[in-house]
Each structure stands twice: as C-alpha cells, then as structure tokens.
Design a protein around this ligand. Structure first.
Ligand code: FAD
Length: 323
C-alpha cells in the first residue's frame, strides 16, 4: 500500500498545534490515494514525543523517528537531509506538512534533493495528486496536478481544520542512518521572544494593528485588549516596516498566516497581501475610521471609528463583562 508521510514539529517535547492542519491535509491526500498515513518526527532525541504522538493515533499507521544531534537547533539544510534519508527508507508517494516557516524552508530543499515536484501552500485536496492553491496573493486560484513516483506538498494552516487525536495507536519506528548535513550553515545563537502571549500562529484570538496606529507606543492600547482576550498581537507590514512593532508580528502574504477564531484588525486598510494572511479567520472584526476601506468587505463586524475612541471603550466593556 502506498504511503503519505507528514512531517510534524515539536515544541517543548510535544506535538505543536500548528502541525495539526498538516496532518488533516495528509489524511485527505492519503484518502485520495487510498494510501496509509505515516508521521515523521525529527529532533535530537524525539523518541518520547514520538511515542506519545503514536499513542494518540491521529489516523496514522506509523510514527517514524529521525534522531540526530544535528537536527537541533533547526536548520533547513539538516532537516532536508534527514527528510531525504527518511524518504528513501520509508518510500512514500507524498511527503508534506503544514506550511509553517520551518517546513516552508525544509521541504522544498528535500524535494529538490530528490528531484521531486512540490505543491506549495495548498488550500485544498481536489483529487488524487490534485491540489488547489492561491496565486497572485489570492487574486486567482490554480490547480496543480503532481506527477512522478514522489511529490511534496505544504498545506496552508488556515484552510485545513486541525486534526483530532483518536483511532488506533500507531506503531513507532526508527529511521536508520539519519544524516543532518548542515552544508556550512551554523546557528550561532537564538534569541527567543519573551512573551507570555500564545504564538501568533497558534492563538485563538489575534489583535492586529496597522499604519493608522501611527507609532509603537500606541500599540499598548492593543496589547491591553489582546491580553484581556488571552490572544496574540499581530500587525500589518506597514506597521512592522515603520518599526512600530517587531517584524515577527507581521501577518500576511510575506508574514505569518493565521486563522484564529477571532481576528481584530485595527487601523488596517485590508490590502490583498494582508488579507492573504488572515482571511481564513473564523470571525473578523474591523475597526477603521474610513468606512470605505476594503477590510470591511471581509469583516463579519465592522466599526467605523477612530481606534483612540473605540479600542479603550471596547476593552473597558469586555473587562466589565468579564467581571
Ligand atoms: C510583495 C508584497 C508583499 C506584501 N506582504 C504584506 C504582508 O505580508 N502583510 C501586510 O500587512 N502587508 C503586506 N504588503 C503591504 C500591503 O500592500 C499594504 O501596503 C499594507 O498591508 C498596508 O498596511 P496598513 O493597512 O497598516 O496601512 P494602510 O494601507 O496605510 O492603512 C492604514 C489604515 O489605518 C486607518 N486609520 C488611520 N488612522 C486611524 C485611526 N485613528 N483610527 C482608525 N483607523 C485609522 C486608515 O483609514 C487606513 O485604512 C505587501 C506588499 C507587497 C507588494
């Protein structure tokens, strides 16, 4: 039986929530090909995490473990090398995962090393070997048909529901002879953002600010609302480019793709490149002083108001409601 291999990521030794849409996509690809679903966990010593993931089922037949000291900290070069070894050992028809910054970096390299085609950031599985994806920042939809013995895909997180654990436990198998050639790349240091807030791509609520916030200090108003809702702070590229907030908060085509339950866009016009990163959100709220802005076309709730008036009032009302 053919196999579909989904690469999943770990955080603090556990399956990361942002890997779950990739598992769903993998389940759909496996169903379309009448194939088995397999998972791949990479790391310095991911055995315990792999066993926990296997116990949860996920519809997978086997959780494969690629262990090598050179896989942590992450470099796309080392991960690509390990994925190539795993691919040769397991022999899947398709390899994929969520289009996270990690896999967007590693999977295309692995595909290139194996001479295999890649369907990047797919938004749907349309049939055996057929995917849909957006092009030109969502202005058009393309359908890709994948050829060859092996193909790769990355799945846009906002377009696939997070997979749920369940079903029979999977087996666990080690990948032998894992290589992790860093090809001259060395991580010298990692500076972690110190934040008590959830990761932007995993948060259930995201509050984003745009150029209309005018300066970084004004984001305090948004931070207050964000923390009250237990969410993550985001921003448009205009706001990050202006240095109001760090670049890793950028939501959009060239930033992070988010799909929270609630997305509050404050003083953001709704350029197509911004929408590409948040239009999969379940409920979108827009606060903007200009009612003609395109953000109101995709908003479920719109408030034509200045943020200076609306956001503190909203925060006050939510705080009062929460008691
Ligand atoms: C290749 C490419 C990639 C890009 N990638 C991204 C991306 O990933 N993410 C992204 O966001 N952009 C991206 N952009 C940029 C994008 O085109 C827009 O320029 C950007 O999103 C605009 O940000 P903004 O909405 O904050 O600013 P503006 O478009 O300037 O909008 C500011 C808004 O604030 C409102 N406003 C002003 N004052 C107030 C007030 N007091 N109260 C309430 N509202 C107020 C205004 O009415 C206006 O709607 C990309 C562009 C290109 C060409």
């Amino acid at each position: 039986m053919s196999k579909v291999l989904v690469v999943v990521e770990l955080g603090d030794g556990k399956l990361r929530a942002h890997s779950l849409p990739g598992i769903t996509a993998g389940q759909q690809v496996a169903a379309s090909l009448s194939a088995e679903l397999h998972l791949l966990v990479l790391g310095a010593s991911p055995q315990a995490a792999a066993e926990a993931i296997a116990a949860e089922g996920w519809g997978a037949k086997t959780v494969h473990v690629a262990a090598h000291a050179g896989l942590e900290p992450f470099t796309a070069e080392a991960w690509a090398d390990a994925i190539v070894v795993a691919a040769r050992a397991i022999g899947p028809t398709a390899i994929g995962g969520t289009a996270t910054s990690t896999l967007r970096d590693a999977l295309p390299r692995a595909a290139a090393l194996l001479g295999a085609p890649l369907a990047p950031e797919v938004t749907g599985v349309k049939g055996p070997r057929i995917f849909s994806r957006e092009v030109w920042a969502g202005r058009a939809l393309a359908e890709l048909a994948m050829e060859g013995d092996l193909f790769f895909f990355t799945a846009r997180a906002s377009e696939f529901a997070p997979a749920q654990p369940g079903g029979a436990a999977a087996s666990v198998a080690s990948v032998d002879g894992v290589a992790a050639n860093q090809r001259g790349v060395q991580v010298l240091s990692i500076e972690k953002t110190q934040s008590a807030r959830p990761a932007l791509t995993e948060a259930k609520v995201v509050v984003s600010g745009g150029r209309g916030m005018r300066e970084g200090a004004n984001f305090r108003v948004l931070e207050e609302l964000t923390d009250l809702l237990g969410g993550a702070l985001g921003a448009s590229r205009a706001a990050t480019d202006a240095g109001m907030v760090p670049a890793d908060l950028q939501v959009g085509q060239t930033g992070k793709v988010v799909a929270p339950n609630l997305y509050i866009a404050v003083a953001i016009s709704g350029a197509i490149q911004h929408l590409a990163g948040m239009k999969g959100s379940k409920v979108i709220v827009a606060i903007n002083k200009n009612g003609e802005e395109p953000i109101f076309q995709i908003a479920d709730y719109g408030l034509v108001a200045k943020w200076e008036d609306a956001v503190p009032r909203l925060t006050e009302l939510i705080r009062a409601r929460k008691g």
